[in-house]
Design a binder for this molecule. Structure first.
Ligand SMILES: Cc1ncc(COP(=O)(O)O)c(C=O)c1O
Length: 433
């Protein structure tokens, strides 16, 4: 059996063998970690090995694994019922969840469509934008990731394998995402290139001849490598949307729920969106998605969009407990404080090690781009893989992002001491490579 990184223990190996027999080969497994259980910021594999979790189930476990508040809420609700058929009947719990969610959001967002995942929350935004504007085209960015169902996949433009053979796509044009470390316009550093990126965006909008429904945007490009855009670009994009009558659709699936320190990552840029898509952390690990807009925008008629599981009672109970825990424990403040500390330490490492080309992030959404050498910025693809494997061997779970970046998105409850312990393992792994 071929393993990525070192072969795991016997019990893990047995699961991997069974998995390969029955599971779709389309899933990407970066190393041979087999989940057994988890608590707080730690996960254990099938052979009882403990890992510090800088992956958080791909930025889902913001409130930490097996959080008692979510367990209590889900168990209590399970005794009363799980599923009410919310697209056809009324129930109080989904209403309570949305009422609570609204207290975290800008006032103009006052209506919700509930679903079960990131891609569904984007599909709803996509359809709503087309319905409301009665226009055909949308603009997204390259690189970007918005999901893998056909509407959201049409917006996604990150890795080739994600789109190959799946066309034809919905009518979407892609403009370049502002990626300052690898600026194609020759301006290095943050912000110098916003004007050029905005003019590319405007050209894409203009080429649709007044038929643009929306611009879809990740406030921090997640899957593409945790890329933070310049503030003036985001403000300029909002202006262009207003000028051309396009809705701004903010994909907060990964960056939302205090991941970057603020509840919505877009708040960092002083900009408001017309439609906001959320998922991942919002259900505390239970599948939940929410698409938010103003009631005047969410004006589609009964039957135009619905689903079977949206408003699921267990998911809404988990969502209420998750939001309550985030507020009570001030997780946004912790993400900001620990994230700043991690970025500071990673900045020092960047000066020390030639294979760390760039370090960037907001709050606890932190990326380190691995290169062969700083001077040429050549992507360090194998080096990245070796670092991921070395870290896993030391007991640190990390995730790749983009061509050669490493993402760090630990649970938002992480302490400074835990973050330091993880960064020590990361630095050891860098040194080894
Ligand atoms: C920004 C962003 N949007 C959408 C999605 C799709 O979410 P899901 O995998 O839950 O469908 C993801 C998933 O990683 C994401 O990071």
């Amino acid at each position: 059996m071929r393993f990525i990184c070192r072969p795991p223990g016997k019990k893990s190996q047995a699961v991997i063998r069974r998995d390969r027999r029955v599971m779709s080969p389309s899933l990407t497994r970066e190393y041979s970690f087999v989940y057994q259980k988890a608590k707080g910021c730690h996960v254990w594999d099938m052979d009882g090995r403990r890992y510090l979790d800088f992956a958080a189930g791909v930025a889902v476990m913001g409130i930490g694994h097996t959080n008692p508040a979510v367990i209590k809420a889900v168990v209590q609700q399970a005794k009363r019922g799980y599923h009410c058929g919310f697209s056809d009947f009324y129930a109080e719990l989904p209403v309570r969840f949305v009422e609570q969610l609204l207290t975290f959001l800008p006032k103009h967002l006052n209506a919700a469509f509930l679903s079960n995942s990131g891609t569904e929350s984007i599909e709803a935004a996509y359809k709503l934008a087309r319905w409301h504007t009665n226009r055909k085209w949308t603009i997204a960015f390259k690189p970007s990731f918005h999901g893998r169902t056909m509407g959201s996949l049409s917006l996604t433009n990150s890795k080739r394998v994600q789109r190959e053979r799946f066309g034809p796509f919905m009518p979407v044009k892609h403009a370049p995402y502002p990626y300052c470390y690898r600026c194609p316009f020759g301006t290095s550093g943050h912000g110098g290139c916003s004007g050029q990126y905005l003019s590319q965006l405007e050209s894409a909008i203009k080429s649709c001849n007044g038929d643009v429904a929306a611009v879809f945007f990740e406030p921090v490009a997640g899957e593409a490598g945790y890329i933070v855009p310049p503030k003036d670009f985001v403000k300029g994009m909002r202006k262009l949307c207003d000028e051309y009558g396009a809705l701004l659709c903010d994909d907060e699936v990964q960056a939302g729920c205090y991941r970057t320190g603020k509840f919505l990552a877009l708040e960092h840029f002083g900009v408001k969106a017309d439609i906001v898509s959320m998922s991942k952390a919002i259900g505390g690990g239970i599948p939940l998605g929410a698409t938010m807009a103003n009631r005047k925008v969410m004006d589609w008629p009964p039957g135009s969009h619905a689903n079977t599981f949206g408003g699921n009672l267990l998911a809404c109970a988990a969502g209420i407990a998750t939001l309550g825990y985030m507020r009570k424990k001030k997780l946004g403040r912790n993400a900001e404080r620990v994230g700043k500390h991690m970025l500071r330490r990673l900045g020092v490492m960047k000066e020390q090690y030639d294979i760390i080309g760039d370090v960037r992030g907001l709050g606890l959404m932190i990326g380190a781009e691995i290169v062969k050498e700083k001077k040429t910025k050549r992507y360090g693809v194998q080096e990245r893989q070796r670092i991921l494997c070395a870290a896993a061997e030391k007991g640190l779970l990390l995730l790749p992002a983009g061509i050669s970046s490493i993402r760090m998105c630990p649970p938002l409850i992480i302490t400074k001491a835990q973050a330091d312990y993880g960064l020590d393992m990361f630095e050891d792994s860098i040194r080894g490579v």
